[in-house]
Design a protein around this ligand. Sequence first.
Ligand code: 0RA
Length: 647
Amino acid sequence: MSENKSNYGANNIQALEGLEAVRKRPGMYIGSTDTKGLHHLVWEVVDNSIDEHLAGHASHIDVIIQKDNSIKVSDNGRGIPTGMHEKLQKSALEVVMTVLHAGGKFDKDTYKVSGGLHGVGVSCVNALSSYLRAEVRRDGKVFAQEYSEGKPTMEVEQIGVAADSGTTITFLPDTEIFEVSEYKYDVLAARLRELAYLNSGLTLSLIDERNVDEDGNFKQEKFYSEGGLKEFVIFIDESKAPLISTPIHVIGKEENVEVEVAMQYNTSFSENIYSFVNNINTREGGTHVSGFRRAVNRVFSKYAEDNGLFSKLKFKVSGEDFREGLTAVVSVKVPEPQFKGQTKGELGNSEVNGIVSRAVGEVLGHYLEENPKDAKKIVDKVILAATARHAARKAREMVQRKNVLTGSGLPGKLSDCSSKDPNESEIYLVEGDSAGGTAKQGRDRTFQAILPLRGKILNVEKAMEHKIYENEEIKNLFTALGVSIEDKDGERILNIEKLRYHKIIIMCDADVDGSHIVTLILTFFFRYMRPLIEQGFIYIAAPPLYLISKGSKKVYCWNEDERKQVVEGMGGSDASGIKTQRYKGLGEMNASQLWETTMDPIARTLRQVTIEDANECDRVFSMLMGDEVPPRRKFIEENARYANIDI
Ligand code: 0RA
């Protein structure tokens, strides 16, 4: 492949496999056929447009959710080549759209998103769509071709003349393949926003044609960032109080690897490092993140040593202490990234470590010299973190020692199940002692344990770490679950090898207070036991909202729509023999009702907690639990599910 970049044309496109394989085993190609897989289709197409941007050819990408949940993605790139592919005797457009892995871009000098971590190509999207139309503006002409289940339903045709160049792909996901068909505005918006920050200067837009306001306008947003990652960090920390006036911004390039980093310290206790390789989120980090951490360690240690700032400390400062309250985004663009790790979410290229470390080290070193006031604020925070960690460790050791002294170590409040097999054991975390009592009577004691929690558990977002280990409810949680935190080279590691239940079910009232408590408990799991969420052990129980009865007939309802339907089915609300009981809390149900509706594995509904988007999750938690009121109010207004029930 020695062709000049601009000569890329029809013949560079290689043919590999057939598309039937994709329809037969979609999971192999796009991960799943649930809502995640459905959204993945959009990213496949958008990634190709992003590649056009990275290659220097596209400045705009527009995504439209159409009325029927079909998606239209347009860009102003070069347009997919339409000339004849000599080997296959077909238009290159048809080859790109119908042959697996025929992305066509084999230029090592450009960075690619598509074909990278999850890139399987637009042909996969085609295979999994009941309808797809590709429109290409190229060489002053507009070409189009349509497909069904990946097979062309017409020849490539010229349908008009074009003033610019670009590609528009419209597709309708096949309902025979996907379990769901509804696109979520917020999911698409979050990633497009992220892409705008990661690619400053690129304009992305989202229009939702399913959603029209009173003035007849579609719901829509434009995403554009001039300041790149610096603005991303400000966005992430929206509801946190910053420590220094503006984020530190690093932009560098060495040996074809582009580095961009932005970092800010805030007054919280958590470390948030987001990392990307060629715009792909690397959840497991990798050499770029290690390079970043190494630089932060090195530069701050040297600065503190040189200025005698650690001289009074009686214990060692660890890497973690330098990162408490740090929010950073580390983004690298690497021509040939190697991904490794369990989910291929970790960058492996070893040269990147040094490149990032040098770029960050240089800028950070200068920053500290030039901004002594900010430097002091950060170092003071590091000292505070080290002191707190020291105290937290002592508190933790105390708790663990006490457990050894009290024998079994299980909390007195726990009504354990008789099974000792974690695979079949469940624990219900129940709001309050009275509901806990009902649950205890209603449960199947062979495999269901009950742990009542005092109403509002500690807000861990606002508490110092050592306070957390001293908190009775939280101590009970650690011991009941059989989970512990251990120190390894000064870093905290969660040990879940002895986890006693593989279903941890949060059961709270179906009202505002109840959902507040769920949020508090989830915040705790998210900050201190995240692997339990990641491995799918955390669930939320769904108690019913209503009991409708007429004579001996009783029906439970979980939402307003169901209630209306049931009442209708019984002859309408005017048939005054109908009784509606609104459950305000778990306490209003007796033991057998609680079992029938919420605890019996055959009848109950459990919502599994997943981290669909860990970054967004983190932001929402900080917002809900943090000090800033306006963003929280806005979020609650937009998501007020219980608004008309409780007022
Ligand atoms: C193959 C080759 C070239 C561009 C593309 C595909 C391409 C694909 C998509 C999908 C969405 N938007 C896209 N834009 C471009 C290179 C074209 C050239 O060298 O002129």
